[in-house]
Design a protein around this ligand. Structure first.
Ligand code: ADP
Ligand code: MG
Length: 431
């Protein structure tokens, strides 16, 4: 069944200063994620408590350690991430850019959103607002992402090798991926689409740890899968290990996936952590820190006890987040209070982090979704900036912001993105 992707009827107002701020900090975040991925001690130390409480993070971490012990075969690294923000409305009504999270694996909608500005431009013209239509910014993340993949493919250095998109068993968001794929074909780079199951059945490594699928050498593995426990059975874990051990450029490698965990995000907000990870980058550190909301550890100990008590007393000021990706996992309000009360004296508490709740100013819009009734809703938006970088050995050879994504949802949904059926695609109208 083919449905149109959900979208807002009208573009949503976004303060231009915050939009520019989000673009200006993206290269910093690229460098930060890359630095974390190379810092074994930091990941080990930061994730120690999470690994005890969360089996999924523990399994990823074990692969990370195994690959490091064997010695990395991979020498070219490609990161495609998306840093997401909401516009927090302060007491005086001034909006501030606050980061929700950085997605370091399978960050999606770069493809589909390359088309949304044209849709909204058309709608505005039909409404007789050509002047406004001409002010919508062009946006083409699919090209930016493909340029990163193409660079990694080129540096891998085998003309006949292919790019492998690792996709889900049941793929609902295929057209988003095709936009990126087509950009690669346009550059004469061959793309294959495979699942973990295919890798388990037909993947192999040669003596130099070159990865082969059906006898075809793979230069780049682009994961659009593998970020939630449900993506894995025992065979899929074995397939993941095979990919990670290989010399192919993984986007992301497992260390970069771990760099995107909620626990790492919380640790980054501690005073001094950014400075230690990026020594000498004073301005970059200040730019990044300016976007951080309050984040708190629930690790066993005094600090965690205090935060748990605070959140139970005033749950509407916080979001409780497990170490999961993909939307729909966070807890809010009364539910947050109940869950936290239940686990407050148990080590299970450490599989969550706490975050200050961001409160944006709602605006009215129509959310258009296949087979859903049309109604005007009070909405809030989340802005994402795509980051792309390539590193060869120790040298960064590409570091870019590759475009943006605006997603909008009705305020009654606390959580969930486009894939979760809650948010819809939007276009920023800068004000
Ligand atoms: P996931 O990895 O599941 O996408 P996120 O941290 O992005 O987790 O949270 C999912 C959604 O929950 C976000 O898209 C946002 O709508 C909402 N959300 C997350 N953190 C906050 C917060 N601190 N304040 C308000 N809403 C939040
Ligand atoms: Mg998210």
């Amino acid at each position: 069944v083919v449905n149109y992707a959900p979208f807002t009827l009208l573009p949503s107002a976004v303060p231009s200063a915050l939009f520019e701020q989000a673009y200006a900090v993206q290269q910093d975040f690229n460098l930060l994620v890359d630095a974390i991925s190379q810092n074994k001690e930091f990941l080990e130390h930061t994730l120690a408590s999470t690994i005890k409480a969360d089996d999924f993070t523990a399994r990823l971490f074990r692969i990370h350690m195994q690959v490091l012990e064997e010695g990395l075969a991979q020498s070219v690294f490609l990161g495609i991430n998306r840093s997401d923000y909401m516009f927090d409305c302060g007491v005086d009504g001034t909006p501030a850019l606050k980061q929700i999270e950085i997605n370091t694996i399978a960050a999606s909608f770069g493809g589909l959103t390359s088309r949304t500005a044209a849709v909204h431009g058309q709608v505005l013209k039909v409404l007789g607002k050509s002047e406004e239509a001409s002010r919508l910014l062009p946006n083409n993340p699919s090209k930016g992402l493909a340029l990163g993949i193409a660079k990694a493919w080129e540096l891998y250095g085998s003309q006949s090798a292919v790019v492998m998109f690792l996709v889900e068993e049941v793929q609902r968001n295929i057209f988003d991926q095709r936009c990126v794929e087509n950009e690669l074909w346009n550059r004469n780079i061959r793309v294959i689409r495979k699942r973990f199951r295919d890798v388990f059945e037909k993947g192999s490594l040669d003596d130099a740890k070159r990865l082969y699928m059906d006898g075809q050498e793979v230069a780049v593995v682009y994961y659009r899968e593998g970020y939630v426990p449900e993506n894995y059975d025992q065979q899929n874990w074995e397939a993941r290990l095979l990919l990670e051990r290989s010399r192919a450029v993984k986007c992301p490698d497992i260390a970069t996936q771990l760099a995107g965990t909620k626990k790492v995000q919380q640790e980054l907000s501690r005073p001094g952590t950014l400075e230690r990870l990026l020594p000498g980058h004073t301005e970059a550190v200040a730019r990044m820190r300016a976007t951080f909301a309050g984040l708190y550890s629930l690790d066993v100990g005094e600090e965690g006890d205090k935060m748990a008590a605070m959140a139970i007393a005033d749950p509407d000021q916080f979001v409780l987040k497990p170490q999961r990706e993909g939307g729909g996992n966070n807890l809010y309000g009364e539910e947050l209070r109940q869950v936290l009360e239940k686990i407050r004296d148990s080590p299970e508490r450490t599989s969550y982090i706490l975050m200050d709740k961001i409160k944006p100013q709602p605006a009215m819009n129509y959310l258009l979704r296949a087979h859903s009734p049309l109604q005007v809703s009070e909405c809030i938006s989340e802005l994402g900036i795509f980051g792309v970088y390539v590193r060869q050995g120790k040298e960064i050879v590409m570091n870019k912001a590759a475009g943006h994504l605006l997603r909008t949802k009705a305020i009654e949904h606390a959580d969930g993105g486009v894939a979760a059926g809650v948010a819809v695609l939007d276009t920023p109208y800068l004000v």
